[in-house]
Design a protein around this ligand. Structure first.
Ligand SMILES: [Zn+2]
Length: 412
């Protein structure tokens, strides 16, 4: 096994301290509110740029407002991209996004004197959450060449266009197309992120390797029966749309419980008439499925459609099914995943694999190059919340894994 230099024991604490410091750049509490292209974003970027320079990185900002710190490689070497987003939702936490920026910069500072056979760039994306403008994942989409320039004319609640906010920030709306990266120059993209779920905590593991960012599909289901008096209609003559919906909801739940790599929910339920003494004549609800593989999701959608049909037939209901949204799963790259697994083993951690149930910058980066993600345990699985928390020990474990990963990654 490769011998790696011992990691300073306080690196996790240093990372926690940096995350604490940058959390002050917030529009106000509770929690952190940092929207893209604002004064808070500008001050956060100044701090990130300082960290980058301290790590020996060359700092620039691209046309989309992504702050980039580059460590050059040997002549002709390809580049590994590592990044995440600096922005938060309103009253978000101190870790979602920014963790994946502060961490690699600190690791590159530690590895400053060690040679690597490739270049590295740390990317601090401006806008992942889509809180200020009705667009999201702007930075990675610009790099991948999948950004729709029509979005530049979209406005925030004060009527300012994305183009104006970006230009004022030091970005370059006219240079968006030219900011696209050449996949031939890239080894891939790695994103370190808090898990935002309870899996690692329930397993007692500090980190986990993402297999795929889930694919998503959503349906609206409408069941129509017969509204009638709840006292005078015998039980066997009822056509109760809500009872049909409830049966389908339980079927969705049990199907997802029994299927590895699949989660699903029935929600957004509305019932008519919604009164205690009338049989519901109509029930409308959403079904959402998320799966690590598209084939799993498609099979589940087919099984649930059959269930809707069967329940409706037995209960004398009419039904309609409308697909309202679909997004393909993004599988993580086997080579990057394999190297992550070796780096976890090197650190003495079980290389547990898990799906990402949430979308990330990596989702859009997958249109550009191979992607991988490493999740870090968060307290109570909580995120998008002021109480979002990780421990210094888990921060240290994450630092150790990335340091090993960077030294093990062999581009040849
Ligand atoms: Zn995030």
């Amino acid at each position: 096994m490769l011998t790696l230099p011992a990691l300073p024991a306080d690196t996790g604490l240093n990372l926690m301290q940096r995350l604490e410091e940058i959390a002050q750049f917030s529009e106000g509490g509770p929690g952190v509110t940092r929207r893209p292209f604002t004064a808070e974003h500008r001050r956060a970027n100044e701090m990130i740029a300082t960290w980058m320079r301290q790590a020996g990185l060359e700092v620039r900002i691209d046309a989309a407002g992504t702050l980039i710190g580059r460590r050059p490689g040997p002549p002709g070497a390809k580049t590994l991209l590592i990044g995440s987003h600096q922005d938060t939702i309103r009253q978000g936490g101190k870790y979602d996004g920014i963790f994946g920026i502060a961490l690699p910069i600190l690791v590159l500072e530690m590895l400053r004197e060690r040679s690597l056979p490739y270049a590295v760039e740390v990317l601090a994306f401006a806008d992942e959450e889509g809180v200020r403008f009705p667009t999201a994942l702007m930075g990675p989409r610009v790099l991948a060449g999948t950004f729709d320039s029509a979005n530049l004319q979209k406005t925030d609640k004060d009527g300012e266009t994305l183009a104006a906010a970006l230009a004022d920030f030091g970005g370059d709306p006219a240079g968006i197309a030219a900011a696209r990266r050449d996949p031939d120059d890239l080894l891939g993209y790695l994103e370190m992120h808090i898990e935002q779920g309870p899996v690692l905590e329930s397993l007692g593991l500090p980190v986990g390797i993402v297999t795929a960012i889930c694919g998503i599909e959503r349906w609206t289901v409408e069941l129509t029966g017969q509204a009638a008096h709840a006292g005078t209609t015998p039980m066997d003559l009822r056509r109760d749309a809500f009872a049909g919906a409830a049966e389908i909801a339980l079927a969705v739940e049990s199907h997802c419980r029994e299927t590895e790599g699949l989660v699903g929910i029935v929600a957004s339920v509305s019932v008519l008439p919604n009164v205690p003494n009338a049989i519901p004549g109509k029930a409308t609800f959403s079904v959402e499925l998320r799966a690590s593989e598209d084939s799993i999701r498609e099979a589940a959608a087919a099984a649930i459609s059959e269930k809707v049909e069967a329940v409706s037939a037995r209960r004398g209901l009419n039904y309609s099914l409308t697909k309202t949204y679909a997004q393909k799963a993004v599988p993580c790259d086997p080579w990057l995943r394999g190297t992550l697994a070796r780096s976890l083993v090197q650190g003495g951690f079980r290389p547990h694999r898990l799906m990402s149930g949430a979308t990330h910058d990596a989702s859009a980066m997958a249109d550009l190059c191979p992607v991988a993600m490493l999740f870090t345990r968060c307290r109570d699985g909580l995120s998008h919340h002021p109480d979002e928390a990780i421990t210094a020990e888990d921060a240290q474990a994450s630092v150790a894994c990335l340091a090993s990963f960077l030294q093990m990654l062999d581009p040849d």
